[in-house]
Design a protein around this ligand. Structure first.
Ligand code: MLT
Length: 258
């Protein structure tokens, strides 16, 4: 598998940042800028998204994406990392933990969840996947998604760079690749009962106004992971690393230096 990625910094500790759906590595720009002074920051576009080619299969599973991430580390000669995933990146994170434990130093979950889709949720995803393929683009997702992903403040700002990047990532994305990943998300496993087995230091972050991964749910998730730190990111919704990068970067830096 060929993946488009960026690597920045020369720190001894590696930080792998895995984006959400249907985004790409551009969502981590502020983390690359803010954290590569101290860490080696690796930011892939996951298979079928951003500039990484789709595999051409109907379904791309979270396990395949986790294996891609491990292969990328191999290709870069990096043995272990702190894995940080946002939302879909978190779903991939559980698989990375399960399949590549020896590569994982620490785990960071941003605005994500350990549950699988309900039957209705999965059916809706499959319909959306089909629509992407028939329409031949993902731009129609922007309107439906935006209010769930950003704060009213970001949305009210007609010149918000966060909104502009969000819109670009979604509408420029490859419909076949994104549809395949959507089908993979619909099949993902429920990791809730596995959280107690996680033995690496873990950090769980979520935006104060995240309606998809609300603070009370993320707090309950963090409480299931032994010793996990939980923090709420103020003035942010689902895209917390974009909406409040200073606070997210401070949390990540402090956690990685503990
Ligand atoms: C994401 O941001 O990755 C999505 O909200 C994940 C999902 O659709 O479950």
């Amino acid at each position: 598998m060929r993946l488009n990625y960026r690597k920045s910094g020369f720190g001894l500790k590696a930080l792998l940042l895995v984006h959400g759906f249907p985004f790409d590595g551009r969502m981590w720009e502020a983390q690359i800028q803010g954290l590569s002074d101290e860490f080696t920051v690796i930011v892939p576009d996951m298979r079928g998204m951003g500039k990484s080619p789709a595999s051409g299969t109907e379904v791309t599973t979270m396990a395949e994406l986790a294996d891609d991430a491990a292969e990328l580390l191999d290709a870069l000669g990096i043995e272990t990392c702190t894995y940080c995933g946002l939302s879909m990146g978190g779903y991939v994170g559980w698989e990375f933990w399960k399949r590549h434990k020896n590569r994982l130093e620490r785990l960071i979950l941003c605005d994500s969840g350990a549950h699988c889709d309900s039957p209705e949720g999965a059916a809706k995803r499959l319909q959306t996947a089909e629509k992407m393929e028939t329409e031949g683009n993902c731009a129609f997702l922007v309107e439906g998604m935006k209010k769930n992903l950003m704060t009213p403040r970001t949305l009210a700002d007609g010149e918000s760079p966060v909104f502009t990047v969000f819109q670009k990532m979604v509408s420029e994305n490859n419909p076949q690749g994104v549809a395949s990943v959507a089908r993979g998300m619909a099949q993902r496993l429920d990791f809730t009962e596995k959280l107690a087995e996680i033995q690496v230091p873990s950090l769980v972050l979520t935006g104060e106004f995240d309606v998809l991964s609300p603070p009370e749910k993320m707090k309950a998730l963090a409480e299931r992971i032994p010793g996990a730190r939980f923090a709420v990111i103020p003035e942010a919704a689902h895209l917390s690393p974009m909406e409040n990068p200073e606070k997210v970067n401070d949390e990540i830096r402090a956690f990685m230096n503990k």
